[in-house]
Write a protein that binds this ligand. Structure first.
Ligand code: GAL
Length: 421
């Protein structure tokens, strides 16, 4: 029996759709290259590598180039990315923080592709929390695919050292100030700090503790001036905290600062929970036994969050391969391969928690019940212009320790970068 031309066409279309999957990209049939760009190099690499391995399994014909520029929180990578983007040499997909780092920079400059089509095809409109999708969207589109949720306000320590030194983990900054001098006398750094950006990182934890979550949100909504009493209070508390940090901060990476805690040279470190990834994946410490954590002093019940994501720049060389990459990142499989190694939790609401360690399970529980606020240092709260200027304010404060002057300068850069009024 002769099949009609229409029947044949329909059958062929069905076969193509089956192979292509919901993204419309021919998974397994792709070839050529894919260049991804991030700052997850060296110690920060294992979680990314898990994704790369999956991608290679799914797309054996694609040569994946893993371009990384080392340096915590993307301090160096972001500068390289800027040169490439402005020079018309975008990587096929790059790491960017959800929030203002994405929207206020690359979306504003009209350099990104709208990914709404992919979100719809993959059913992601319901897979990610609505608040997170809002953070990566404008009224013109959805601009990246989130891979995780990290927590910024975590205090790390080694349980055995607490016993050895006879101290309790501080729940407030007053608790900390009560034990810090004793630690100092023993030659132990009470709170270890690393290079430049880690001071900003510490500042946000201290500021949220000093002013509370409502005021923190009000700052970024332009409703509370940075040089208000609350703003000054944050800088003053930060100045007091700095008295108990190490002198060689500027020469330490965040991993080296964490090592100081592991090695018993420092009591505490405030760092994002990539430190949990580092301590469990790289250092093989067992959560709650080998290393301990709690919310940074004065922030119990508050979760300063950030999310890493990847976007699709306009005019990339390997668009189909990049879409396959993004499809993997947003999938449950990809997310649950990446996050247990990274120390972060999945950005999806349906992740399989049995794959995660005790730290991540606790973080997931907190994320579900805490008050969520956005990180400044990791791209949620403010645009890059503000962040660059804030680095100078921080440098000035580290030298002068003048809280009023720092608060005033922050207000000025807030106005300049369209945040404060
Ligand atoms: C953050 C990033 C994390 C981690 C950290 C340290 O900005 O979101 O995934 O890489 O920097 O480099």
């Amino acid at each position: 029996m002769k099949k009609s031309f229409l029947t044949v066409c329909l059958a062929l279309t069905a076969i193509v759709m089956f192979i292509a999957g919901p993204t419309g990209v021919m998974a397994g049939k792709l070839s050529g290259q894919l260049e991804i760009f991030s700052w997850w190099a060296g110690d920060e690499g294992p979680a990314l590598q898990a994704l790369i391995d999956l991608y290679k399994q799914q797309n054996p014909g694609v040569k994946l180039i893993n371009a990384t520029v080392t340096g915590g929180s993307g301090v160096n990578a972001k500068a390289v990315l800027k040169t490439r983007m402005l020079g018309g040499e975008p990587p096929d997909s790059f790491q960017v923080h959800a929030g203002q780092e994405l929207i206020g920079t690359w979306v504003k400059a009209d350099r990104m592709e709208d990914l709404t089509f992919l979100f719809k095809k993959q059913g992601w409109m319901d897979a990610f929390p609505k608040g997170l999708v809002k953070l990566i969207s404008t009224d013109k589109g959805i601009w990246s695919v989130p891979v995780n949720i990290h927590r910024s306000n975590v205090l790390w320590y080694i349980p055995a050292n607490m016993d050895k030194w006879g101290i309790k983990v501080p729940a407030t900054w007053d608790d900390f100030f009560a034990i810090a001098p004793k630690l100092k006398e023993k030659g132990i750094v009470p709170l270890v700090l690393g290079q430049n950006w880690t001071a900003n990182h510490l500042w946000e934890s201290v500021a949220v503790a000093a002013m509370g979550a409502d005021n923190w949100d009000a700052l970024w909504a332009g409703k509370l001036p940075f040089d208000s009493l609350e703003g000054i209070k944050a800088w003053k508390l930060f100045g007091r905290v700095l008295e108990y940090t190490n002198n060689d901060a500027s020469s330490l990476s965040w991993q080296q600062a964490t090592d100081m805690v592991i090695d018993g040279k420092a009591a505490f470190n405030i760092m994002g929970d990539w430190a949990a990834g580092y301590m469990s994946t790289t250092k093989k410490l067992v959560p709650a036994k080998g290393f301990g954590w709690t919310a940074s002093p004065g922030t119990n019940g508050e979760f300063i969050f950030l999310a890493d994501s990847f976007g699709l720049p306009k005019n990339v060389k390997n668009r189909d391969n990049a879409i396959a990459w993004l499809s993997l990142l947003g999938s449950q499989e990809g997310s649950d391969a990446f996050n247990p190694l990274k120390g972060s939790i999945s950005a999806r609401t349906d992740s399989d928690l049995s794959k995660y360690n005790d730290y991540s399970k606790a973080a997931a529980a907190d994320f579900g019940k805490n008050r969520i606020v956005g990180s400044l240092t990791h791209g949620v709260a403010a645009n890059e212009g503000f962040m660059n200027d804030f680095a100078s304010v921080m440098e000035m404060f580290l030298k002068s320790r003048n809280a009023e002057a720092a608060a005033k300068a922050t207000q000025q850069i807030g106005i300049k970068n369209n945040i404060a009024k």
